[in-house]
Write a protein that binds this ligand. Structure first.
Ligand SMILES: [Zn+2]
Length: 72
């Protein structure tokens, strides 16, 4: 399995998740690292995944638990 790096500028951490923008639904979907790169997806390291914020009016959907988040 190839090691993929975070797509953020100046970040050299290993990617752990893939962010996909679903323009039709104004959703930013964060899921497990995708098998291959796709046009509207970005690989993110753990830190950048955790700090992810969606553009105004967009919704962030997380499909991965990067840490032991407490349920609300
Ligand atoms: Zn990063």
């Amino acid at each position: 399995m190839d090691e993929r790096l975070c797509s953020r500028v100046a970040c050299t951490s290993v990617a752990v998740a893939t962010l996909t923008y679903v323009y039709a639904d104004s959703m930013a979907v964060l899921g497990p690292l995708s098998q291959r790169r796709e046009p509207h997806s970005y690989d993110l390291c753990e830190e950048h995944s955790a700090r992810l914020s969606a553009p105004r009016g967009w919704q962030v959907v997380r499909h991965v638990a990067l840490s032991n988040d407490l349920k609300p």
